[in-house]
Design a protein around this ligand. Structure first.
Ligand code: FCB
Length: 444
């Protein structure tokens, strides 16, 4: 049975600056924490870096052609803060800003709505050297950067996302240390959490002021937290994990306090708010972006984010993440039920599989097609049951630099040959083109 989407439903694809651009030193760009991290031996698988990545910085025009071929309504990309402000603040690099301005014009000419994410993890190294996100100053620098972007692009860009997955930025970057900048301090991670949210709270009204009529939101990662067994301990562990990963962001954005009690069970204290911080953080947003890939199965004593679940014979993507289409439905229903956000967008959903170019030069990826079909169907089900879902973005347009996994994980609708940088549409690209054209997805 086909699942139809309402007229005007937005179909998109997403990328992020460090993951696709390359050109890491071009046109006066400053160093980011991901440049520094990936250039540090042992931090990224196989020593891969984003120095070249997909070379999108030089191939953006042909990449827009790919988007046109897909019939994308919208393209979510991030802007690189150090490309525009090499020192993190102060002197603007006009060539960096011009790049994004040309990209935006190219997208509009192609009939693709630009959706900008201002922070997808590539903090200027100069700001990390001054303390990074654990420092309160970074929140204010972020708002200044947002102002530079909104002033230059705000006449044409009408959809803005302040931050991508602040949980991952704070926890993986400052606590687990497996992402840039690779720090491992609970106190730093807690401070980073607060200052990321504060940066959002200061930036959102600035964007609204300088980009008339725009929609401003933030994107969070979300995985339904399922207890591993029916035991009380596992139920409790799942609740705590939900608070740690999700409510610590959702609650203050909705004007509620941090979930202090739950956080305290793991020794986290969110006590760095000053003055009207919590009111700032709760500044009204036009939409909430949610990224979903799977659920987490949580057992007492094992609630560490990113730890692979036991080998229980379930289908998994190449990331080791369980294929669990219902997670997107559960996410949308829970957020719609418990939080007051007027509009929800799935700003990322997708899967890595070990794609290969066949002897005929084609890339056939039936597992990704099935994955997307089943997840999109579940998103449609949530919509039919009242979730205010307005659009959906596939992660990702192109295979790209998957953070600590380097170039080894392929999430794209387009295959990228890292030798020649050629792009090849996978079967999933052709399939997604049909979904967009029909505004519907055929069921399994
Ligand atoms: C998300 C990130 C995105 C990509 C996907 C696979 O957490 O936002 O950049 O790496 O995971």
């Amino acid at each position: 049975m086909a699942i139809r989407f309402p007229p005007g439903f937005l179909w998109g694809a997403a990328t992020a600056s460090y993951q696709i651009e390359g050109g890491w030193r071009d046109d006066g760009k400053g160093e980011s924490i991901w440049d520094r991290f990936s250039h540090t031996p042992g931090k990224v698988q196989d020593g891969d870096t984003g120095d070249v990545a997909d070379d999108h910085y030089h191939r953006w025009q042909s990449d827009i052609e790919l988007m046109k071929d897909l019939g994308l309504n919208a393209y979510r990309f991030s802007t690189s803060w150090p490309r525009v402000l090499p020192n993190g603040y102060g002197k603007v690099e006009p060539r960096g800003l011009d790049f994004y301005s040309r990209l935006v014009d190219g997208l509009l000419d192609a009939g693709v709505q630009p959706w900008i994410t201002l922070y997808h993890w590539d903090l200027p190294q100069a700001l990390e050297d001054r303390g990074g996100w654990p420092s309160r100053e970074t929140a204010f620098r972020f708002a200044e950067y947002a102002e530079v972007m909104a002033r230059r692009l705000g006449d044409r860009v009408k959809n803005w996302i302040t931050l991508n997955e602040p949980f991952v930025a704070a926890a993986l970057g400052y606590y687990y240390g497996i992402h840039a900048p690779g720090r491992t301090s609970g106190e730093d991670a807690a401070a980073a959490t607060h200052h990321l949210l504060l940066g959002h709270g200061y930036a959102a009204p600035v964007i609204r002021r300088d980009s008339a009529g725009s929609q401003v939101g933030i994107t969070l990662n979300y995985s339904p937290m399922h207890p591993a067994t029916d035991s009380e301990e596992d139920h409790f562990a799942a609740q705590i994990h939900d608070a740690f990963v999700q409510r610590v962001y959702l609650d203050p954005l909705a004007g509620r306090p941090y979930p202090h009690e739950a956080l305290a069970t793991r020794g986290f204290r969110m006590d760095m708010a000053q003055g009207d911080d919590m009111t700032r953080i709760a500044t009204p947003i036009d939409f909430l972006g949610l990224n979903n890939y799977s659920r987490d199965v949580v057992a007492a004593g094992r609630e560490v984010w990113g730890e692979p679940s036991p080998d229980d014979g379930v289908a998994r993507t190449e990331m080791g993440w369980e294929v669990y289409p219902q997670s997107i439905y559960e996410m949308l229903m829970r957020v719609a039920r418990e939080y007051p956000f007027k509009a929800l967008y799935v700003t990322e959903n997708g899967a890595a599989f070990p794609d290969r170019v066949g002897p005929d030069g084609q890339v056939d990826d039936p597992r990704r097609v099935a994955f997307l079909r089943d997840y999109i169907s579940q998103a449609g089900r949530a919509l039919a049951e009242g979730a205010p879902l307005k659009g959906y973005f596939v992660w990702s347009l192109l295979d790209n630099f998957e953070w600590a996994f380097g170039l080894s994980k392929r999430f794209g609708l387009y295959y990228v040959d890292y030798g020649t940088l050629a792009r090849i549409p996978k079967s999933s690209a052709k399939w997604y083109r049909r979904v967009i054209a029909e505004n519907a997805v055929a069921g399994a």
